[in-house]
Design a protein around this ligand. Structure first.
Ligand SMILES: [Zn+2]
Length: 1015
């Protein structure tokens, strides 16, 4: 029955017209398939999704399952589907409070069906009846209220709902714009402005936060009588078109690719594209480069331009980025035209393509890192704990207090073993049904091993870590030996990893991990198997399974395995734990057996699959296992992980990264970065040049076209996924800066690994310049002020703030797991040595002490850096060696070097290593002064938007509130430092009253990118 008719549907054509964002280049490039887009919205925007088709599970990757309570709540058939029926007699659903904690914005969407004259609450999120965001069906219509301590901060009302029809509703709370919007059937039906609330007011960290569907905070008030389905929580603000698309797709029940809409973003229209220095630029020279047949040329990202008055400075040039290498298939000459962003200059590059001349000599690995135990972090010159020590200790405390049984919980359950008393499972991506469970345990084992290696200064603490490491390895060893072995003397078993049968009583392989339903027939799993879930996901991947949360889908089986194997090999390398190596060897054999039997085409398809085929650095792990065991089959296995399309373009190896073709555009960043370090590890063991080229070309492509100022990558609004590279290189302004954030922290961890490993072959300072940039401005900036909480994305949108999760180490995302590794090895790249121990490399300026046992030398680095621009090195011991000190690329104002107090005439070039060779004597000192300057680091394709740096340190503007525009600053045209006041000793500055401080000390809202004007 219809109580009242209201607005009819908008005409379909009006809704469809905005499906493709103008100016986007999405048609030019195929993004990865899979479940990354639901109704055109990337999965990074979705917090939870309750389809209610027979259960209350969250089908998003976060697995925040709801609980259905009360009399009369049932799942019923409704046409082609099942839905949740609430009968109004107290029945309701409750969502985990963590679904919204730490978020800034909220969109709730869902479908509601009301019987005759039914009323009641749809949702009620908050603390109490007086502090909550709620939606309710009233006789007058749908009413949405934002209430804080009894005060209405915003309210919308719609026309009455219609009985006996499914209504699509959406509620969007956008605190930055101070707007609350309600949608009904895909159309905006009510809006309140000047809504002065934050989501945090409703979702306090306290245990008092409740998220109800179908009831209010008062259990005496009536509950909902109606049906619910497909209720979704988004952490981003959805716009009109997106809400309309969700509804339209549900009605059409088929998603068309053109529904890949782009989220509404902070307006960029007000910022001009023209460079503020365009009129001063007088010439940009053309360039000539050489390359060999097949290899795309390496074109200079910067060319020294000439300005009026004769001043020159490198200016960014964006060159075309071809999608293949057709132009260099034959010897000859051709010309390409670049552009200088924000100007009309179009420099030309003449490319000379030469025939391949002989074979290239593979570079040797001339430099190595010191073991973690040889380098300790020290307090600074004034005796203060450094940011590195503070972060390390937050993690060491958490790890020391952790219970290894939590990290073993899912493993024991998988193998059908009882839990020790008091063992509690982890949450987050390690909860019961998460198909990635077990990943954190691998990170944990690595972290424990690193913590053990790094705490020689505290034997008691070190013993704690050794105890935990041995306990975990022993437990995993016991489990792994049960796989493929009879459970009892005369019982059946399947030892062959390629013969694992379907689980008992099942019809197919599946990823059902629910309590009581998970298969535990470990005797059928083949010898050597170890994981926190049964082997099905590995097998399903071979058979084409995609990423998702249905029982027929997988998450990323080899990704999880990579973490476990790395943890085991770290335990072996750090502490000589042979059992750990034995487990790794067993599982390596299992992987070798299975993948050897998989046709090449199938493997190519597997590794190209979004997330499902994400394998971390399995190729690196397998090459490393070869190095540790000498067993050739593991090196062969490493190559079975070749991501053929990414690495080589196609099966014939015509292109790809090996030929400097950008094959990463639009791809998931962290899925692919570890594959590159894996390629380099394969090169280390095979000396096959294409694997080296893959790594060094990738580094250039990423650093020149995809990098944000903090040294991280990913955050695309095209494709709409905050974990993906933008659809085209050098389009961070056009296609990056997604609403869901940028800079997945895992990805930066892996970029740092690549930096240091490339440096071992090629001692070019650029690798360590990036290392420093990302270490200070992302890794150091990713940890909470008071505890071990840490970031997933680090958003750089104006007025954004970091969200720190997992302070108690009990619920890990990928990045929370990776943080355990990052923060327990902060000393690992300060010093390197040449392979022949004749040279010592100083890469970073961090108070520390090095024990160089091979040369019987100790080096102490005393500094307040970056709160001072000096560093002093004290040699203890003696001998002739080259001291190679990195002169940072930003140190452009003359570096002074003193040895034993006397000025050296040595020429220190920014962005290069300075070599000091002599017969060093005990107590010799080397002092360095590297004057800091203020400088701007521009978004690659927007010359008016930049980050402010002081030396190596990114300075972020402190923001009191969310923003809907980019913060403007006006700087002196000739010397930006003249516009900035402050104290270099504390790194606290201000520009026209706006406070700036290091991004790594920023815990509130910030603006990292600024709209820069000049006076
Ligand atoms: Zn991550």
């Amino acid at each position: 029955m219809i109580r009242l008719l209201f607005l009819s549907l908008l005409s379909v054509s009006a809704i469809e017209s905005a499906a493709v964002q103008p100016g986007s280049r999405s048609e030019q490039t195929a993004t990865q398939g899979g479940d990354q887009f639901l109704d055109g919205i990337g999965e990074t925007g979705l917090m939870a999704r309750y389809v209610f088709n027979g259960n209350a599970e969250d089908s998003s990757r976060n697995q925040l399952h709801a609980t259905v309570r009360g009399q009369g709540a049932v799942f019923v058939d409704d046409g082609p589907r099942r839905v949740l029926l609430l009968t109004g007699e107290g029945s309701h659903a409750e969502l985990p409070a963590s679904a919204l904690s730490g978020e800034d914005a909220l969109t709730v969407t869902g479908w509601l069906y009301l019987p005759t004259r039914a009323l009641g609450p749809i949702f009620d999120f908050g603390q109490s009846l007086t502090t909550r965001l709620s939606a309710a069906v009233e006789a007058e219509g749908l009413r949405v209220t934002a209430l804080v301590e009894g005060q209405a901060r915003g309210e919308t009302r719609t026309m009455p709902l219609i009985d006996h029809v499914w209504t699509h509703f959406a509620v969007v709370l956008d605190p930055a714009s101070r707007v609350l919007t309600t949608y009904r059937d895909g159309v905006r039906a009510g809006q309140a402005r000047n809504v002065d609330v934050t989501l945090a007011q409703f979702v306090l960290p306290a245990a008092t936060t409740r998220l109800f569907l179908g009831r209010t905070h008062d259990d005496r008030q009536p509950t909902l009588h109606g049906r619910l389905r497909d209720v979704r929580l988004y952490r981003i603000v959805l716009g009109d078109e997106q809400v309309a698309t969700i509804r339209r797709n549900a009605l059409a029940s088929v998603q068309s690719p053109r529904d890949r809409t782009t989220p509404p973003e902070i307006s960029t229209a007000s910022i001009p594209q023209e460079s503020p220095f365009a009129t001063q630029l007088t010439s940009v020279p053309n360039v000539t480069v050489e390359t060999i047949v097949g290899m795309l040329p390496r074109l200079p990202a910067e060319i020294p331009d000439t300005y009026t008055g004769g001043a020159t400075g490198p200016v960014r040039v964006i060159w075309p980025a071809p999608i293949d290498n057709m132009e260099v298939r034959r010897p000859g000459t051709y010309t390409v035209t670049g552009r200088v962003p924000g100007t009309t200059f179009a420099p030309k590059a003449t490319v000379i393509v030469k025939a391949r001349l002989g074979t290239r000599t593979p570079p040797d690995r001339l430099v190595e890192a010191f073991p973690l135990s040889r380098v300790t972090l020290d307090r600074d010159a004034q005796g203060r704990d450094t940011p590195f020590i503070k972060n390390r200790d937050k993690f060491l405390r958490g790890l020391a207090a952790s219970n290894p049984d939590s990290f073993l919980y899912n493993y024991r359950e998988t193998f059908g073993e009882p839990q020790p008393e008091g063992a509690r499972p982890l949450e987050g991506w390690d909860n019961q049904t998460t198909r990635l469970r077990g990943h954190a345990s691998g990170h944990y084992l690595t972290a424990i091993a690193q913590a053990y290696a790094s705490t020689g200064y505290d034997p008691e603490l070190q013993a704690v870590f050794l105890g935990k490491m041995n306990y975990i390895v022993d437990a995993l060893h016991t489990l792994s030996r049960k796989s493929g072995q009879p459970a009892r003397a005369d019982g059946p078993s399947v030892a062959d990893p390629t013969a694992v049968p379907i689980g008992p009583g099942r019809e197919s392989y599946d990823s059902n991990l629910r309590a009581g339903a998970i298969r535990t027939d470990r005797w059928n799993w083949g010898v050597g198997f170890i994981s926190a879930y049964p082997p099905d996901q590995f097998i399903m991947l071979e058979r084409g399974a995609t990423y998702g949360t249905q029982d027929s889908q997988v998450w990323a089986p080899y990704y999880t395995l990579h973490k476990i194997l790395s943890g085991l090999m770290d335990s072996y390398e750090v502490a000589g734990n042979r059992k750990a190596l034995e487990i790794a060897r067993g599982m390596g054999g299992w992987v070798h057996a299975r993948l050897s039997a998989v046709p090449k085409e199938t493997r190519t398809a597997m590794w190209s699959r979004y997330i499902a085929g994400e394998y971390g650095g399995m190729n690196e792990a397998m090459a490393r296992l070869f190095r540790l065991t000498g067993e050739r089959r593991f090196l062969d296995t490493a190559k079975l992980f070749d991501n053929t399309n990414l690495f080589f373009g196609n099966a014939d190896h015509d292109g790809g990264l090996a030929k400097r073709v950008d094959t990463i555009r639009g791809k998931h960043a962290n899925q692919h970065i570890p594959q590159i370090t894996g390629a380099l590890e394969t090169f280390r063991n095979t000396k096959e040049m294409p694997y080296y080229d893959i790594a060094s070309n990738f580094w250039d492509i990423v650093n020149e076209g995809y990098m944000y100022s903090i040294g991280g990558v990913a955050g695309a609004r095209n494709p709409g996924n905050a974990e993906c590279f933008p659809a085209q290189p050098a389009t961070l302004w056009e296609n990056g800066m997604s609403q869901g954030g940028q800079n997945e922290t895992c990805a930066t961890y892996n970029l740092l690994k690549l930096d240091r490993q490339l440096f071992m072959y090629d001692q070019t300072a650029k690798y360590m310049d990036h290392y420093e940039r990302a270490l200070y401005n992302h890794i150091l900036a990713s940890v909470a002020e008071e505890d071990a909480g840490n970031t997933y994305h680090v958003p750089l949108n104006p007025g954004a703030r970091k969200q720190f999760g997992n302070a108690n180490m009990n619920g890990f995302t990928c990045c929370n797991g990776t943080a355990l590794e990052s923060q327990t090895k902060l000393q690992d790249t300060i010093y390197f040595h040449s392979a022949d121990h004749k040279s010592l490399y100083v890469n970073l300026f961090i108070p520390s002490a090095l024990t160089w046992s091979e040369r019987k030398v100790r080096v102490q680095q005393v500094t307040d850096f970056p709160y001072a621009d000096t560093a002093k090195f004290i040699i203890k011991g003696s001998g002739r060696f080259d001291l190679k000190v990195r002169i940072p690329g930003w140190a452009t104002r003359g570096v002074v070097v003193k040895i034993n107090g006397r000025d050296q005439a040595s020429k220190a070039t920014p962005g290069a290593y300075l070599s000091l060779s002599r017969e060093w004597r005990d107590k010799d000192t080397i002092e360095l002064k590297m004057p800091f300057t203020f400088r701007l680091d521009h978004l690659v394709d927007q010359p008016n938007v930049a980050s402010l740096f002081y030396g190596p340190v990114l300075l972020a503007a402190e923001e009191p509130a969310p923003r809907t525009d980019w913060r403007q600053v006006t700087l002196d045209r000739n010397d930006i430092g003249r516009s900035i006041e402050g104290d270099p000793a504390t790194l606290r500055f201000s520009i026209a009253g706006v406070p700036f401080k290091p991004f790594y000390e920023t815990y509130g809202r910030h603006s990292v990118y600024l709209h820069v004007l000049f006076k």
